[in-house]
Every structure is written in C-alpha cells, then in structure tokens.
Design a protein around this ligand. Structure first.
Ligand code: KIV
Length: 338
C-alpha cells in the first residue's frame, strides 16, 4: 500500500480475503486432479516453454559415432541460460562455455582475467539451459598449468559445481601430463591447439599458426600428443585449411575447427560473433560468418519500447489485467470516500 493510500483508508475497512483462498491445508482431490492435468507453467520470465521438444542427449559415444560416419560435429559457445537454451533448441551437438565469455559476457579485455569461479557460475547457468547438447567448460588461464594435480582439481570443480560434461584446455604436447591425469579420473578433455588465445602474449598476438612446414609439423605432433594422452577431440584454431585437413586425416579423434577450413570433423564459433550480437563496426576475425543481426534487432525493439512508453501507447489495454466492474466501483467508492 502506498503511503498516500494508507493515510486515507484505515486498513480495517478493506474487504477481507476469504479464508478459503489462503488456507494452507492439503488440496482436495478435485483440485489435485486439476493441478496434475494442467500444463506445466514456467515463470513469465523463463525462456522455457512446455511445447519445446527435447532431443536425445549427446554423449561421447554419440560424437564418436558421428565422427565415424563423417557427420560434421556442430559446436557453438554459450555463456548463460538463454544463449545455451537457444543453441540447444537449434540442434547444436556441443555447447562450449568458452573463456571468450570474459570479453563477450563480462566486458574484460582478454581471457586472462576471468577466474575459475566465474567460469563455474556461467557453466551452471548454461547447464540449466542445454538439456541435450554435450557441454564443455573451458579451464581458464591459471587454473591448470601449474601441475597435473591442479588441472585435475579444477576439472573436478568444473564438473561438480559447473555441471559440465567435459573440460577444454589450451596447449599441446606440454599438456600431456595434465590431460592424462584428468582423463584417467574419468573427465573427458577437449584439447585446443593452434592459436591458443590464453597465450596471446607469448604468440605475439592473434596469429595464424602452422603456416610454415616446421609450424605445421609441430601442430601435427601436438595433435597426436593430445590424442595419445586421452583427449576425446581437439580444437584447431586459426591454422591453414590444408594443414587442418591433413592433421584431421592423421588422427583417430575428431578435430573441431575454428578458422581452420572445412576439412575438420566439426566446427565451433562464438555465438555472439556468428549471431551478430554486437554493435556495427566491431572487428571480426576473417573466419567468422555473421548469420544474423541480433544486436540491431534488439536495439530496434528497445528503441520502439522507449518510444511507446514515452507516447503512452504501451501498455495498451491488451497488456493489462481485467477486474470485475463492480469490484472496481466499490474500490473507487472506498478510496474516494463516496
Ligand atoms: O573461448 C572460446 O570461445 C574458445 C573457442 C573460440 C574455441 O575457446
């Protein structure tokens, strides 16, 4: 009740709510029946709807079977519940909670700033939104490089608290002890070689990798090393397409390319980039294809909402709740003291 209202109406003069409406007792059989038969209603702010279909869960054997029959594996990043839910509903095989969320969701300058605890929070919300896709969480810089024990500890936290199915970590042959330790404990590892953004300072920026013969041979050696250490798949980022194709041919495990051409076993893109959820003029790497213009559509909608609030056309009668005329007349009589 507003202060102005409480001054004019004594509380005791307001009509009482019938006790039957607020009784906390057990529901009667007929009410229980009505509840059981009623369609499940989600909160009005939930993007879930009961009409949406659920697919069979994607598992490691599903991914292996796809790889065996040359069915390209689709992967996209998600950083929260809605972005995971839309990716899942669009049929993505895998959802990656990439540490690129440092920039696209948290506004940081690069991935080195994001903490394990922050990654876990985002993984938890993605896991609530993606019900069928296989979910992979990125281990952020500083959470796995010190020792295999540290890497396993962080991987366990990602699974237990972040509710992901697998973890991803950057690095090739030097990460073999960590990958072995994590996979031996039963946690699937997606390796990531080529351009590894967490090492951008050592690499001299975001540079294409494996462009020279020796660089390509190093990339192949890294790919074989992570495969032998137990990785179930490997991300190849920013490498020449021919090199990625030959590396893919030489491996038993699938390669997931990003900026690595279409000879890989699958592809991954950052959702915010490919859906165009960024303002005009932002730099985009060469390999990104913009499939939508989510930012412009969101801006258009918000601008329209602003205009309609300012000119009073929103909310219209259809956006309001009805009330019996007599009830309102009585309310007005009490309030206005007529
Ligand atoms: O962090 C990320 O989004 C990634 C993908 C680009 C592979 O690592």
């Amino acid at each position: 009740m507003s202060r102005a209202l409480s001054k004019t109406i004594p509380f005791s003069s307001l009509p009482l709510i019938p006790a039957a409406c607020v009784s906390p007792g057990r529901p009667t059989a007929s009410i229980r029946q009505a509840w059981d038969g009623a369609p499940k209603r989600h909160s009005s702010h939930s993007p879930l709807s009961s009409s949406q279909t659920t697919r069979k869960k994607v598992t490691i054997p599903t991914l292996q079977a796809m790889h065996k029959r040359n069915d390209p594996i689709t992967m996209i990043t998600a950083h929260d519940f809605p972005s995971a839910h839309v990716a899942d509903q669009a049929g993505m095989d895998m959802v990656l909670v990439g540490d690129s969320l440092a920039m696209v969701a948290l506004g940081m300058d690069d991935t080195s700033e994001v903490l394990l605890e922050e990654m876990i929070l985002h993984c938890r919300s993605v896991a609530r939104g993606a019900k069928a896709a296989f979910i992979v969480g990125d281990l952020p810089m500083g959470s796995y490089e010190i020792s295999p024990e540290q890497a396993l500890g962080s991987a366990i936290k990602m699974v237990k608290e972040g509710r992901v199915h697998a973890i991803k970590l950057e690095g090739g042959a030097e990460m073999v002890p960590a990958i072995s330790k994590i996979t031996t404990a039963g946690i699937p590892v997606l390796a990531h070689i080529g351009l590894t953004p967490q090492r951008q300072n050592a690499l001299g920026g975001f540079r294409v990798q494996g462009k020279s013969t020796s660089g390509a041979l190093r990339l192949l050696a890294d790919a074989v090393a992570v495969q032998e250490a137990g990785a179930f798949a490997v991300v190849l980022e920013a490498v020449p397409a021919e090199v990625a194709t030959l590396v893919t041919k030489k491996l038993r495990i699938p390669t997931i390319g990003i900026g690595a051409g279409n000879g890989c076993s699958g592809q991954v893109l950052v959702q915010v980039d490919m859906s165009g959820n960024f303002p005009p003029g932002r730099f985009l790497p060469k390999f990104v294809k913009k499939y939508g213009d989510v930012w412009s559509e969101a801006k258009r909608a918000i601008e329209q909402y602003r205009v309609e609030v300012k000119d009073g056309s929103y909310p219209a009668p259809e956006h309001t709740y009805p009330m019996p005329k007599e009830a309102y007349t009585e309310f007005e009589r009490v309030v206005e003291g007529q």
